[in-house]
Design a protein around this ligand. Structure first.
Ligand code: PLP
Length: 393
């Protein structure tokens, strides 16, 4: 018997990067030495002190039972303390924090939990593709606002058409930004709160790369802006700060009514995260080594960024220098689209890059480079691309 997918599933956006992954895997299977810069998966292991905590917690029988609904209080308290310590933001652990099995699920379920069919969302272009999965599952509409190079890939609120802002119920923002590597300052978050108040819309700050700022830059949290909790929430994931992408753990923090809606939908979908992972999450956030380990990780990415940008400049490939994240957003040469350039890099240079088109129409002049291999491999990748002679020096 063949069972047809529901209309809801059929309405989901196609997974743009699935074909890229297939092509890369075919190349590797054929014996080629492919340098894969197309992904966003942290390559370093989870910090040792966190792995050790999980080993201990996994052995405790009380952690083998169902988790408490809505997650463990100790983790919510640790998340609140973490925000107090790093951002001087005070949060009520029970009312203003929700535990999530990764921030992806929170970002995708938010429209479902807080919007009605046909209501509108404002999304960045380029942006993290999974926001559109939330649009489809929530059966909501969306309009985009451009992140332009001339504005350092920040939105220009004055340029967002009033009609789009008026009808929007929420805006999604992501700084440090995937895919561009752009970062923002505290004034930007203050402007964001003013924009939200003016149009009475909610803010969803995706702070996935919050810990990753270069040259000593400490990325500000949206929640640091006065009035932020009145208008929105922030998603914080363990995936990038602590190299815990496979563990699936994150939290949302901020506006109590939004947190309650997120908790409520989760009551119906999940019984929260494996308790041992939550307990190890407490250790991740509170251990004495936390800051030292994160600083070590940031230094690794910064060394890679510098090596890549320098090598790229030598072949005439000019970068927008990322202020954070582990990505570089690179323009494609004259005469290429993001896909045709990604294809030639893979075919002729055995280098996989992510075509910008996968992040939205405005991504088309770019490819995203994941700084997730060693400086030597990054330099080799640039040299291979340099041999194609596509850039003017
Ligand atoms: C911008 C952005 N937001 C959210 C996520 C999801 O992170 P996770 O579900 O691992 O918390 C990612 C992952 O790559 C991301 O790049």
């Amino acid at each position: 018997m063949f069972f047809e997918e529901s209309q809801l599933l059929k309405g989901l956006p196609s997974q743009f990067f699935a074909t890229l992954v297939q092509k890369v895997n075919q190349k590797i299977a054929a014996g080629n030495d492919v340098i894969n810069l197309g992904q966003g998966n942290p390559d370093q292991p989870t910090f040792d002190y966190i792995v050790k905590a999980l080993q201990k917690e996994a052995a405790k029988p009380q952690n083998h039972k169902y988790s408490q609904f809505r997650g463990m209080h100790s983790l919510k308290q640790a998340a609140a303390d973490f925000y107090q310590k790093h951002y001087q933001v005070k949060l009520d652990p029970e009312k203003e924090i929700a535990i999530l099995g990764g921030s992806k699920i929170g970002l995708v379920e938010l429209p479902w939990a807080l919007m009605n069919t046909g209501e509108n969302l404002l999304l960045p272009d380029p942006g993290y593709p999974d926001y559109l999965s939330g649009v489809a599952l929530g059966k909501v509409n969306y309009s985009t606002f451009p992140l332009k190079k001339e504005n350092n890939f920040l939105p220009d609120y004055a340029e967002i058409p009033a009609a789009d802002a008026q009808k929007a119920k929420f805006i999604y923002l992501n700084y440090p930004n995937n895919p561009t590597g752009a970062v923002v300052n505290r004034e930007f978050w203050a402007e964001t709160v003013a924009f939200a108040q003016k149009y009475q819309l909610g803010v969803v700050s995706d702070f996935a790369y919050g810990a990753l700022g270069f040259e000593g830059y400490k990325n500000p949290s949206f929640l640091q802006a006065p009035g932020a909790k009145e208008v929105g929430v922030e998603f914080y994931t363990f995936s990038k700060t602590f190299n815990m992408a496979g563990w699936r753990i994150a939290f949302a923090a901020g506006n109590a009514s939004m947190i309650e809606a997120i908790n409520l939908i989760q009551d119906h979908l999940f019984v929260s995260v494996f308790p041992a992972i939550q307990a190890a999450g407490v250790t991740a956030l509170t251990a004495a080594d936390e800051e030292k380990e994160v600083a070590r990780l940031v230094a690794i990415y910064e060394e890679r960024r510098n090596a890549f940008i320098k090598a790229a400049a030598q072949i005439g490939w000019k970068a927008f220098v990322p202020g954070g994240t582990f990505y570089a957003w690179m323009p494609v040469p004259e005469g290429y689209t993001s896909e045709s350039f990604a294809d030639i890099c893979l075919e002729k240079a055995n280098v996989a890059v992510a075509p910008g088109r996968g992040f939205g129409a405005r991504g088309d002049g770019y490819v995203r480079i994941g700084l997730l291999v060693s400086p030597a491999r990054l330099i080799e990748a640039v040299e291979r691309i340099g041999k194609l002679n596509l850039f003017e020096k």
